[in-house]
Ligand binder design. Sequence first.
Ligand code: GBH
Length: 480
Amino acid sequence: MTTIQLPKDFFLGVATAAAQVEGAAFEDGKGPSIWDTMCREEGRIDDSSNIDVACDHYHRVDEDVQLISSLGVSTYRFSISWARVMPDGRSVNQKGLEFYAALLDKLNAAGIQPWVTLYHWDLPQALQDEGGWANRQTASLFAEYARVVYSALGERANVWTTLNEPWCASFLSYVCGEHAPGHTSPDEGVAAAHHLLLAHGLATAQIRRLARQKGLHPKVGITLNFSWAHPANPDSAADRDAARRVNGAQNRIFADPLFLGAYPPDVVADMALEADIMKYVREGDLQIISAPIDVLGINFYNGSQVAAPSEGYKPASPQRNARGVLGRSPIVGSASVVPVARHTPHTAMGWEVKASDLYELLVWLNSEYARPFDTEMVITENGAAFDDVPDRTGYVDDSKDRLVYLRDHLAAALRARSEGVNLKGYLVWSLLDNFEWARGYTKRFGIVRVDYGTMQRVPKASAHWLAKVAANRNFEAPEP
Ligand code: GBH
């Protein structure tokens, strides 16, 4: 074991998202989102649950702000529900804005830095009825939503991120069918990917314009989910190409247009086997998308190992999943990629645990893109689901799994930082056990247990560990 110091300017925090914690799905004028709809469709959610109540955060804001305070972390990342603020995606619901104004006031009063995300997947259903993200119009409506929210709340928060994980909001949602709206169309998927990036660019321009008017200097950014694929046999050109495809379709397809102002030609070509993203790109779009940002949010859960198919391998065509829902691989153009499990521990989601993948990813980001060298990077999500066993008081001793995961990933992130990566903070996913999308409430990522019967919150061992790290500004971790 060795002692790792947190650099002076390095901050810690916790994260949640509106649809996963708020509940109050139809209260105070909130309109239905695509996840409210998804939850009502047969076979979509593992435990057939919904988000009408979720963690009841909407009614427990005081308690939850107090909880964050008690952890001693500096930052709370949460998302704003578009359908709460604009129930039909267009008209403004004052009550919705008031909820977030009050939340921001409470955070500020408690000395907690709010980290706002404008979109964490809960599109107003009314806009999905018009095609959702496959419709270019959604990008302009998103910019208008950003304008409304920033006009009302800009003074109350200094960090504004546009989107959470456009990869999930496009490919996992419109191609794989796992996330709302549950479609399986590669063409809609690439359209959604481009329109999400365009939405980010247009919203960024709106926030910058209003900030100038108001004399504010917000940090504006976006959060991407990154993975890190290794070739099963690094000496095999075919395996290396498989890894290139996966890293391309998951990482570069979003990072390249944002930081280099162009879609990566090799990834566009891979995808063109199924759908052509360039068909949706208009003159000027890439300038809008690549306008400088202040902070890149990085969500990291796992890496993987992949190989080229052996002779006779049949790429997966659309298949019924365990819930009988038609789905397919979200990786467009990945027909010739075979996942090869590594000998690592796995989380309850089945994801491989290998903290050095995060280190390698950060080092790669730093070398691949000139700008992240000066663009600040923050881990906006990192965490793990395990099969928690509470004692009679609701306490979960996760010191052998979740705590170890967080400790090793924080250590890996700080190792990258010590080698020159401009990493400024680390936010744990998640503050609370919550609605884990298609997995319903069956998977728990919280460092605080939620008893869904009583809504009681009980910090787990990992929460106590995080509080100690925040207080001591150091922690013990194994040598890399
Ligand atoms: C995040 O997305 C979300 O932002 C958050 O809302 C969510 O609750 C949290 O993660 C936990 O799921 O099977 O090896 O191919 C996660 C993005 C994308 C990470 C898919 C894992 C697939 C792993 N995920 N990825 S693998």
